[in-house]
Design a protein around this ligand. Structure first.
Ligand code: DHB
Ligand code: FE
Length: 289
């Protein structure tokens, strides 16, 4: 009998604007400002119901919530059994506890570290809007999240940040790790954060629609080319917080075409401005059979 292994069936990309979480939690989704944004995620929620994964590997960034300036891991994998929504100053969001998958997380840590990426192993961590807002956008307001989630935190807040190239290569390593896990789990990998935004200084409020749309085009069709773009180009063109977009390259690197397979199919693409100070971008890519 051949052994059954875990596989990645899809990748999801979305911004994580905290005000989106507040709009949901305060019942404001039907207001004229927010309605068009939430409309763009209606197909995504249906797609999640139709394509429920066994595990979500969720690449996101912590915003000085779980990690302070005392500890700044570049890449941190959450190996705990559960993760509580963080108190970011207004109390924790009223969303479900995030249930982890310690066995798969430990396997990925083992495999990826042995593929020469230095991961920080995290056994206790609260998760902020970087993780909970994407779950809310994709799953709505359920009693419990639909499946276990492995949080994977990337430092894009305190310089130096990892390059797009390294993020893309890390995605490839994560794919190999998942595919060598001895259980037939259906795994989604999510890349979150972005799109263009700058929250501070004279350029606060910067949004660059042309850059964002070109990033989406290239993430779909030429991810290796996009991975070669240096971090300073993101900061110049997409704002200081636009650098969050390098996290999308981790999820993209984990798709089959990153290791010589067929390109993924675009199931949904959405772009909306504004949400708070941020352009919101969203993609769902499915592996071809
Ligand atoms: C905003 C966006 C972010 O990505 C973030 O982490 C905090 C705030 C904003 O647009 O307000
Ligand atoms: Fe952010």
């Amino acid at each position: 009998m051949t052994k059954q292994h875990a596989r990645i069936s899809a990748s999801v990309y979305t911004s994580h604007v905290p005000a989106i979480g507040a709009a949901l939690d305060l019942g404001k989704t039907a207001e004229p400002y927010w309605a068009p944004l939430f409309q763009g995620y209606e197909p995504s929620k249906q797609w999640m119901r139709d394509n429920k994964p066994d595990v979500i590997f969720l690449v996101y960034n912590d915003h000085a919530t779980a990690f302070s300036l005392e500890f700044i891991p570049t890449f941190a994998i959450g190996c705990a059994a559960e993760f509580q929504p963080a108190d970011e100053g207004w109390g924790p969001r009223p969303v479900p506890t995030v249930v982890g998958h310690p066995e798969l997380a430990a396997h990925i840590a083992q495999s990826v570290i042995q593929q020469d990426f230095d991961l920080t192993i995290v056994n206790k961590m609260d998760v902020d809007h970087g993780l909970t807002v994407p779950l809310s956008l994709m799953c709505g307001q359920p009693e419990a999240w639909p499946c276990p989630v492995i949080p994977f935190a990337v430092n894009v807040v305190q310089y130096p940040v990892p390059s797009g190239r390294r993020c893309f290569e890390l995605g490839r390593a994560i794919r190999r790790a998942i595919e060598s896990y001895d259980e037939p789990l259906n795994v989604h990998i999510w890349g979150t954060g972005g799109m263009s935004h700058q929250l501070q200084g004279p350029r606060a409020g910067l949004i660059n629609k042309a850059f964002d749309q070109a990033f989406l085009d290239r993430l779909i069709a030429d991810p290796e080319g996009q991975a070669a773009v240096p971090h300073i180009d993101y900061v110049r063109e997409a704002g200081s917080e636009g650098i969050e977009l390098v996290m999308w390259l981790i999820a993209r690197g984990a798709m089959a075409d990153g290791v010589g397979g067929p390109p993924p199919k675009v199931v949904h693409r959405f772009y909306h401005v504004p949400a708070s100070n941020t352009a919101v971008g969203h993609l769902i890519l499915e592996e071809q059979a």
